[in-house]
Design a protein around this ligand. Structure first.
Ligand SMILES: Cc1cc2nc3c(=O)[nH]c(=O)nc-3n(C[C@H](O)[C@H](O)[C@H](O)COP(=O)(O)O)c2cc1C
Length: 244
């Protein structure tokens, strides 16, 4: 067999196929069900303001103008502009039984990820690392301070990360998806996050901001910065946003 076909990428896709004549089998045993949402009850909270949708944006224009833009300025975002970005990423738009349905689709409505934020330049918000609390539409402050240098270094030295007004970071919550989809979960989590990130890029475009997704980073560095274990919860994707 060709050597590259024995690699993880091929083996994963082949090993997680659905077949008509047999179920996907595994030796994973029972998988514990983690909580639907993560929260940091001891953290200081900032309730985000209601997003202002009074100025409509043209979807077709946003789609044609969306670009990954890395040259952003030092101008801060307002708290309301940040609220609009976070709502675009994970705003709750409907309830269905126990599910809080959001602005982006998710396989099985499981939303197997958490959203964090590095705030560098936002009016009224101290610099620091925050967790986004979905049901309360609030930020929970995890760490105070300027982490620009650490963020650039963890992003393999990509300098634009240090110029962004905010960096949104998403972790994969592996068990939240694996309880239903077992080994197939790692097909769905990145798909879910692709939808979420596109929402953020389109919202940034609608507001005239620059944004850039980031998939190249040192996993352990970001997991450590967020204080997550890197196994059951691990950083998967980031996006920078700033004014142009
Ligand atoms: C999954 C993913 C990971 C990416 N990672 C990076 C990255 O680490 N650094 C970067 O500068 N751009 C990154 N990008 C942005 C791409 O380079 C960009 O989307 C591509 O060049 C197409 O340009 P456009 O987004 O302006 O259409 C990433 C994009 C995606 C979708």
């Amino acid at each position: 067999m060709t050597k590259y076909k024995q690699g993880l990428a091929f083996r994963y896709v082949q090993g997680t196929r659905y077949h008509r004549d047999r179920p996907l089998s595994d030796d994973l045993g029972s998988i514990p069900s983690p909580e639907q949402f993560k929260s940091y009850p001891d953290a200081e909270r900032v309730i985000l303001p209601d997003p202002d949708f009074s100025r409509p944006a043209d979807l077709w224009q946003c789609l044609s103008q969306r670009r990954s833009k890395r040259k952003t300025t030092q101008e801060p975002l307002s708290l309301e502009e940040l609220a609009r970005l976070m709502w675009s990423a994970q705003g709750v738009t409907a309830r269905s039984g126990m599910y809080l349905l959001r602005t982006a689709p998710s396989a099985g409505a499981l939303y197997p990820f958490e959203t964090y934020l590095y705030v560098d330049k936002v009016e009224e918000l101290p610099q620091g690392i925050y967790h986004f609390n979905v049901p309360d539409f609030a930020l929970e402050r995890m760490q105070n301070g300027n982490f620009s240098r650490e963020f650039v270094s963890a992003s393999i030295g990509q300098p634009f990360v240090g110029r962004a007004a905010v960096v949104i970071i998403w972790t994969a919550m592996m068990l939240r998806c694996m309880t239903k989809y077992r080994d197939r979960a790692m097909r769905y989590i990145p798909m879910d996050l692709g939808h979420v990130c596109q929402n953020v890029q389109l919202a940034a475009t609608a507001m005239g901001f620059g944004s850039c997704p980031i998939g190249a980073f040192y996993d352990d560095d970001f997991n450590e910065l967020l204080g997550v274990d890197g196994e059951e919860e691990t950083v998967l994707y980031l996006v920078t946003v700033g004014k142009l």
